[in-house]
Design a protein around this ligand. Sequence first.
Ligand SMILES: Cc1cc2nc3c(=O)[nH]c(=O)nc-3n(C[C@H](O)[C@H](O)[C@H](O)COP(=O)(O)OP(=O)(O)OC[C@H]3O[C@@H](n4cnc5c(N)ncnc54)[C@H](O)[C@@H]3O)c2cc1C
Length: 448
Amino acid sequence: MASSAKKVFAASRLPRHTGLSAWVAMLPRRKEKPHLEGHATADVVVIGGGFAGLSAARRLRELDPTLKITVLEAGVIGEAAAGRNSGFIIDLPHDVSSQDYGSDTVARSREAIEISRTAIALASTVAAEEGWSRDVFDPCGRYSVSIGSEGDHHLADYAKALVKLDEKHQLMTASDIADVTGTTTYTSALFTPGTVMVQPAAYIRGLADSLRDPVRIHEKTPAVQIEEAGAGWLVKTPQGSIGCGRIILANNGHAESFGFFKSRLLHIFTFASMTHEFDPVRLPGQRKWAATPALPMGTTVRRVEGGTGDRILVRSRYTYHPNIEAGEGTLRRASAKHDEKYRARFPALKDIPMQFRWGGAMAVTLNAVPAFGEIERGIFAACGCNGVGATKATANGIAAAELMLGQKTRMTEIFARFDAPRSLPPQPFRTIGAKANLAYREWRAGAE
Ligand SMILES: Cc1cc2nc3c(=O)[nH]c(=O)nc-3n(C[C@H](O)[C@H](O)[C@H](O)COP(=O)(O)OP(=O)(O)OC[C@H]3O[C@@H](n4cnc5c(N)ncnc54)[C@H](O)[C@@H]3O)c2cc1C
């Protein structure tokens, strides 16, 4: 006999942020969308107002403008990872290599590029519709930069792979990249033009504000419980509830807080610092540029041009937190690393200290696949950003919306082919393994 017990998924924890992100601090105050009070109904509830959730809501609305869609955001739009990242919407995969570059690898890389460009297309459409300035959305490309021969080789190798993929790029010498960045630290660079740079908090706020009726957004409204209710679901929040037919779960690592993808998501944090403003004449080179490291665990650096002065952003360090929370001590240690990297690159700015420090959570899977698909009847996951959520989470949200509405598209086709996230080793081996792996890879990245 079939069991009549209704399914209940209760959140064991809610997001908590580490430090105040410069991106939010630099924006004017904004009126938050009201929190949910009392009982409401919707066709679809989206849990999470980051890249994945807001992109899913946008795609649902595009496909069926009659759908009643409600987005629940635990905190304030722009304060979680989607608004506190370094702002790179990257079009090319990090890990292409020209060695053994067979047709399978080329095909996989092309699909990864297609995923990224689908995300960039959504972002570009919103930017054009909303008339965003280049301070918010700048299709300016990015520099991959190296410090030392291992990074130089990696970039040369990467450039060969880009030739096979027929992707535009330009290898640069130490002196070329010094002309751009005003620092002589870098030994070579590779410019690729397809990356879009955003002010991430402005981007994610703007994406939320572009979602007009019939999409509703409730901020400071965490989903605390999801329970079966007849043919649909009841989503409970601290001061209300919503009955709905279907759900898109777009809360990244916090999917696990509801018991989904248990022992399949690695909760990795990374950290950033941003300086006080400085007079632009203090640093030669261009006033706006963005550089990622040649080696995977190195340091991201960005110069941000402002009306009253410029700033430098430094992002580095990765730490593992199985409880999805990084404390002040971890932030302090990451900040010390940022200062060291900053001083090494910009000795001329040694009197300009950091003004803002922050960290944020990412959810990574062992086999680098998304946590995607219909995970319960009517509940669709768009989680597991794998560290580059500006593209991967955006495309994941689009694919989840399309799958929910029965659309057959390139994204649903590509996402359907991903394996399920692999199971992580049990504790304490998981923590020991994750920490050892991160420490080893950071050591490999050396000065980068
Ligand atoms: C310092 C830093 C720099 C980074 N730089 C880059 C970069 O340059 N480029 C890049 O591509 N990626 C970068 N990342 C990673 C990127 O930010 C993430 O991959 C991305 O934000 C994931 O998007 P998402 O929508 O899946 O999840 P999130 O952005 O985490 O959004 C999930 C949302 O769900 C909400 N939520 C959680 N639980 C609940 C609940 N119970 N109810 C309601 N809402 C809930 C959260 O508050 C959050 O707003 C960076 C990350 C950090 C921390």
